[in-house]
Design a protein around this ligand. Structure first.
Ligand SMILES: [Zn+2]
Length: 391
């Protein structure tokens, strides 16, 4: 029974009651048959009359700590491809008040050098490039030492940090046994130590929203997103649970206290109490907000408290790329305006992505109206300190 039918029945029952005993009950009116509306066609428009603030430029110049101007192949990070045109990036950056963009997926070796020549060397101050581990060599003998050496080389070439994709934990498998390689496997210890020694922060992404680890059924709050991208599901098979991945990352953060870890996507978690507990125990843990304003903005009071408490360890990021299939991270003016509105205003119930249907889940978000001193840190100061950029 739908709501309309239920209300119709209620009205009839009341009418029957008033008719008294001995009289024939009034006929139950038939509600129009519910012919159904395909979920993908449902695009409800909010009837709220609430302020709509347009924020075309951020209040302070910022660093976007998490973008993918170049991409490496998952299997061979020694090769890169430009997925965005640097000239187009600069035009958007100038309009949106973005001082510096961090290209996290710069790969290593030849690919890394190419990214550095075409980005920071061609446009000093506007771009930063991170390196990536040589995953394909991870099963080779002597990998631990080789990887630490590659980090040193990357540092000399001009890389300012290390990016770890969820390759580690969810895709990288041991040659031979095919077992998933653990995030806290000791073979990576020399790498974590090397980046710490060279003051290169680690931008680490190891998990995904909790719903990606659950069955894709009618109770899954990201059913539409998972339906559109079934390969994003890590339910079943031999995948670790979301919490196991997070605890393995925590072991790494604990074992390398001099290395600074920026846990991307708000530490891959919508569970803010858990993230807060981790932040409390590990002063070398930081978070970025990339592709998670949909999560933060639907719990605005909890999020605001988190920003107040950990204001020195949160960095601005978007996970921007040119991919139009993920509108919550498609690089362009519209994307940044939503982030600015979320961080700077107290607007209510607005879209977290420039898309007709909310792509990550059917909800809308609320601004957290950060004060000036927190905004300055999140937009620039924290990222600049981590990467050794001028204040
Ligand atoms: Zn990313």
């Amino acid at each position: 029974m739908n709501r309309r039918e239920w209300m119709a029945l209620g009205a009839t029952t009341l009418a029957t009651g008033r008719a008294g005993r001995g009289q024939a009950p009034a006929r139950v009116p038939q509600a129009p048959a519910n012919r159904g509306l395909p979920l993908e066609q449902y695009q409800p428009k909010s009837m709220l009359h609430v302020p709509e603030t347009h924020v075309p430029r951020s209040r302070f110049p910022l660093a976007d700590f998490h973008t993918h101007i170049t991409f490496t192949s998952r299997t061979d990070p020694a090769r890169i491809q430009f997925n965005m045109d640097p000239a187009n990036c600069l035009a958007v950056m100038d309009r949106k008040n973005i001082r510096t963009m961090v290209d996290v997926t710069g790969g290593y070796g030849e690919g890394l050098r190419e990214a550095i020549v075409k980005l920071p060397e061609a446009h000093p101050g506007r771009f930063v490039v991170f390196t990536e581990p040589a995953w394909t060599k991870a099963s080779e003998p002597g990998y631990a030492k080789l990887q630490a050496g590659l980090i040193e080389e990357a540092h000399k070439a001009g890389a300012k940090g290390l990016k770890v994709l969820k390759t580690l934990g969810l895709f990288l498998r041991e040659q031979g046994s095919n077992h998933l390689v653990r995030i806290d496997d000791p073979r990576f210890d020399p790498m974590w130590e090397a980046v710490g020694a060279m003051k290169m922060p680690v931008a680490i992404h190891i998990s995904d929203p909790e719903a990606f680890f659950l069955p894709i059924d009618r109770f899954n709050e990201r059913w539409e997103e998972l339906h559109a991208h079934p390969d994003w599901s890590f339910h079943g098979k031999d995948f670790p649970s979301n919490r196991e991945l997070q605890e393995a990352r925590r072991n790494v953060i604990r074992r390398h206290p001099r290395t600074q870890f920026v846990c991307l996507h708000f530490a891959d978690s919508e569970d803010l109490p858990y993230v807060a507990e981790c932040m409390d125990s590990h002063p070398n843990m930081h978070v970025d907000i990339a592709a998670r304003i949909g999560e933060l903005g639907r719990q605005p009071r909890m999020a605001r408290k988190f920003f107040d408490k950990y204001q020195d360890r949160i960095v601005f990021g978007t996970d921007a790329s040119s991919d139009p299939n993920t509108p919550q991270q498609t690089f362009g003016d519209a994307l940044y305006e939503i982030y600015y509105r979320f961080l700077e205003t107290q607007d209510e119930y607005f879209d977290y992505a420039p898309a007709p249907i909310p792509p990550q889940g059917r909800w809308r978000i609320y601004g957290i109206g950060l004060p000036e001193q927190v905004l300055r840190k999140v937009y620039w100061d924290n990222a600049a300190r981590l990467m050794g950029l001028p204040a």
